[in-house]
Every structure is written in structure tokens, then in C-alpha cells.
Design a protein around this ligand. Structure first.
Ligand SMILES: Cc1cc2nc3c(=O)[nH]c(=O)nc-3n(C[C@H](O)[C@H](O)[C@H](O)COP(=O)(O)OP(=O)(O)OC[C@H]3O[C@@H](n4cnc5c(N)ncnc54)[C@H](O)[C@@H]3O)c2cc1C
Length: 430
């Protein structure tokens, strides 16, 4: 059972607690001597147990929150690994710079962004977070400090990007930013009906725009949704202010078949301007405007299912998955469809690969939800796809090992003192 106030994962499932949680706030200090295993804990924005260490020790990294150097001419920034992407944006946007890659929340740490090699709405144009990482320091449990980059310790560099926190602790990192000319984004929206229309519109949008992502109504009989593409624009717009908060956790999920159908119909039908200018916050981080939104799924918590399937199989596999989801009546309004580009990933275990990624949240209804995931797994496996560890709480170990064949090579880099709930789960019976 979880301990009140203890580190949690974003899906709020009831994970067993760590035996200890220790702050780690001095990048020059050695790792604390502990019995059992260690794992760095960033800001808890991973959905399942990739950032948890039931029965072991969690090192809480948010104390490593200092900026070390920023060159406003070249856009190269060095900071400690517990710095949030939100803090980086606050520093660099007024100086004409932006993150080269950002996930859908800015409340993640630099260490967490490296460990999951996170991707954003511009994967087709810019690759993943690791593609813009110049170097970092990796602290191992034997006291070794490895400066890792493409030029030095490059094997450790590749193992630690997307390395799920298992190669040691990243204490600081240097990243390359991208230029912007203001806070404004130029946004284009298209409604689509059917997957063929999505793929056609999306191919054109990716040619023309840096960012492209689609919302999809997962319960509609014929898949439908809205494709949103954007580029950084010129000039500043005021930031929307006043984030809201979900104040309590209801006993049961507020997301159910009825509320979902009503929401999806209203969302699809709302007015979507073909072209508009927006501040970057609502385009990149719509969910950050509601703190603790993960509470709406109530005490049982929720799962996210995020897969990627290769291009040749994508159309049919996504269609089959949507059919399975619609007929189960499960799912949520948080459903995203996007194409990954084909640049090789920088990390041994990085999630992105050429193809289409589908991500959906599901309230935790126990056995019926898990049964649906087994059906989805079968479709993803047959299509040669894989699931994202950052979002996972239940994928079978043999699926992980088949989908990430580099795991054996990667295992050589795992620090003998480090482990996680996720790693023990997927390595069982390996
Ligand atoms: C609303 C929302 C939207 C999201 N959108 C996206 C998206 O668009 N794209 C995407 O890729 N992801 C997305 N995510 C997932 C999120 O970006 C990742 O899970 C990210 O890794 C979380 O970072 P964190 O700092 O919270 O780390 P945690 O979740 O606490 O930990 C994640 C991993 O990082 C490791 N770690 C943390 N700090 C260090 C360190 N200093 N050294 C070594 N290892 C470390 C942990 O051990 C763990 O393995 C989203 C999550 C949410 C909640």
C-alpha cells in the first residue's frame, strides 16, 4: 500500500512504497550509502513505475535546481538535472530561445527528460530530447563521474538517454536551445473524419509545419478528430494566467462513457479557427493549466497506453485499436495521434521509431481495463510496434524484451546498485 505523502507516479495507481526517500541536492556529493537499490525520482510525471522503486530508495532530485551557465548568443545552457523545463522556459524565452524539444507538460525535470528521451509535437522535424543534448555528468554508485557526450563516453551517453534512470544519476546537463522571435505561435487546425483523411492531412502538415499533433475522439464509430499544426511566430502575446486546480480526489472516476461521449462531441464540434495566433503555453501545455488534473480519475487512478506502430502497418493497426477501444466503451478525452519522423534515436532504449504513435488515458476499471490492454498489445505486437515505458504500468516483460531487443546490450550499463519497479517487472523471467 502507498504511504501518505510518499512519491507517486502520475497515474496514481496504488504502488507499494519505497523504503526510503532521500533528498539529493548537492551535485558534488557522493551517492548516499543505502541498503538495497537506488533510483532517481524527478518530478513524478511518468505515469507508472518507471520512476518508482518499491521497497528500495528513491533519490529526490528536485533539490538539484541550479542554472550553471547560459550563453545567450549560442543558446547553449548548462543546468543541474533537477531543474524543471518550466524554469528553463522562464529564463530563456525572454532572451529569444526555446526548448528544441518539449513534452506535453513543462513540469518535468531535465534528468527525467533525458531518462525517457522525451519527444514532442515536432518529432518529425527535430527528433527527441536527446538529439539536442550536448553532454551530461553521470554519477555512478562506485563514485565514478563520467562526462558523457557524442565525443567522449559515447556508449554511456547512448545508454543513459532513454536509459530509464538505471545507469546512475545525471547530476547536470548541457542542452542546445532553438531560436524564437517571440512568445506567439501561428496555429492551424483541421477537422478530419476517418484515418485516411488524418494521414493525408498530417503528411501535408508535417511538410509545412514544425509542430503537428492530432486529438482523436476514441469513441466515435468513424474515427474523427482535430489536427493542430503550428510554428513559432513573430512577436509577443500575453501569457494566459490563472491556472486552476482539481481540489480533491473523488472516490470514483469522473470520466465515464456518458461524460466522455458528451465531452468528445462538444470538443469536436466547438469552433476551431483555421488559423490563429496563440501564446506558446496553451499550444504546448494545455493540461498544465489545470493542476492535479490526474485526480479526476478518482481513487483508483488511471493508465495511459502509448504505442508506436511502423508506417506500413500504421493505418490498419490504429484502426483496429480504435475499434477495440470504441467497442469496450473505455478511454478518455485525452487521446493523441502523431507521426514520428525517421531519424535514428540517440538512446539505446529510446521509445520513438518511424511510425504513428497513439496515446490514450484509461480510468482504472481493474480487470476489464487490463483485458482491453491485452487486445491492444496483440495488435501492436503483430504490427511490429512497441509501448512507451514512461507511460507504462503493466506491459508484460516478454513484450518489452521483444520490442526493445537492445535491452541486452543496455543491461551492461545498468548500475549494479540501481533498479526500478518497471525494470524488475519487465526483467522477470528474462
Ligand atoms: C501531462 C503529461 C504530458 C506528457 N507529455 C509527454 C510527451 O508529449 N512526450 C513525452 O515523451 N513524454 C510526455 N510525458 C511524460 C513525461 O515527459 C516523462 O515521463 C518524463 O520523463 C517525466 O519527467 P520527471 O522529471 O517527472 O521524472 P520522473 O517521472 O520522476 O522519472 C522519470 C525517469 O527519469 C529518471 N530520472 C529522473 N531524474 C533523473 C536523474 N537526475 N538522473 C537519472 N535518471 C533520472 C527516473 O529514474 C525515471 O526513470 C507527459 C507526462 C504528463 C504528465
Amino acid at each position: 500500500m502507498g504511504v501518505r505523502g510518499a512519491a507517486t507516479a502520475w497515474g496514481r495507481l496504488d504502488w507499494p512504497a519505497a523504503s526510503a526517500e532521500l533528498p539529493f541536492g548537492d551535485r558534488r556529493a557522493a551517492l548516499p550509502p543505502v541498503e538495497g537499490s537506488l533510483l532517481a525520482y524527478g518530478n513524478g510525471r511518468s505515469y507508472g513505475d518507471v520512476g518508482l522503486n518499491p521497497g528500495g530508495t528513491l533519490l529526490k532530485m528536485r533539490g538539484l535546481d541550479r542554472f550553471i551557465a547560459f550563453d545567450a548568443d549560442s543558446g547553449v545552457l548548462t543546468c543541474e538535472a533537477g531543474v524543471l523545463l518550466a524554469d528553463i522556459l522562464a529564463l530563456v524565452v525572454p532572451r529569444g530561445w526555446f526548448l528544441a524539444v518539449t513534452p506535453g507538460t513543462r513540469f518535468v525535470t531535465v534528468g527525467g527528460a533525458i531518462a525517457n528521451d522525451v519527444h514532442g509535437k515536432n518529432h518529425h522535424a527535430a527528433g527527441s530530447f536527446g538529439d539536442h543534448l550536448l553532454s551530461f555528468e553521470l554519477l555512478r554508485s562506485d563514485g565514478a563521474r563520467l562526462i558523457c557526450s557524442r565525443e567522449g563516453n559515447s556508449d554511456w551517453f547512448a545508454a543513459t538517454i532513454g536509459g530509464l534512470g538505471l545507469t546512475g544519476v545525471v547530476t547536470q546537463a548541457t542542452i542546445r536551445l532553438r531560436r524564437i522571435r517571440g512568445t506567439a505561435m501561428g496555429v492551424h487546425n483541421w477537422r478530419y473524419t476517418g484515418l485516411d483523411e488524418f494521414f493525408a492531412l498530417n503528411a501535408a502538415a508535417e511538410q509545412a509545419h514544425e509542430y503537428a499533433v492530432a486529438w482523436i475522439d476514441c469513441l466515435a464509430k468513424t474515427p474523427r478528430g482535430v489536427l493542430m499544426a503550428a510554428d513559432h511566430g513573430e512577436g509577443d502575446l500575453p501569457a494566459p494566467h490563472g491556472a486552476k486546480r482539481v481540489p480533491v480526489t473523488p472516490p470514483l472516476s469522473l470520466v465515464n462513457g456518458l461524460s466522455l461521449r458528451a465531452f468528445n462531441a462538444a470538443y469536436y464540434g466547438k469552433s476551431w479557427p483555421a488559423e490563429s495566433r496563440q501564446h506558446y503555453l496553451p499550444y504546448f501545455y494545455p493540461l498544465d493549466a489545470i493542476h492535479d488534473w490526474n485526480r479526476i480519475y478518482g481513487k483508483p487512478g488511471f493508465y495511459q497506453y502509448q504505442c508506436v506502430v511502423p508506417p506500413a502497418a500504421a493505418r490498419d493497426a490504429i484502426g483496429e485499436m480504435l475499434d477495440a477501444i470504441a467497442s469496450s466503451g473505455q478511454g478518455s478525452f485525452l487521446a493523441v495521434l502523431k507521426n514520428f519522423g525517421d531519424r535514428p534515436t540517440p538512446g539505446l532504449l529510446s521509445f520513438p521509431m518511424p511510425g504513428t504513435t497513439l496515446a490514450l488515458d484509461f480510468p482504472n476499471h481493474g480487470a476489464s481495463t487490463l483485458a482491453l490492454f491485452e487486445r491492444l498489445d496483440a495488435i501492436v505486437r503483430a504490427a511490429g510496434g512497441r509501448l512507451y515505458a514512461a507511460k507504462d504500468a503493466r506491459m508484460p516483460g516478454d513484450f518489452f524484451r521483444a520490442a526493445y531487443p537492445q535491452w541486452q546490450d543496455f543491461s551492461r550499463f545498468v548500475d549494479p546498485k540501481f533498479s526500478s519497479g518497471f525494470w524488475r517487472r519487465v526483467m522477470e523471467q528474462a
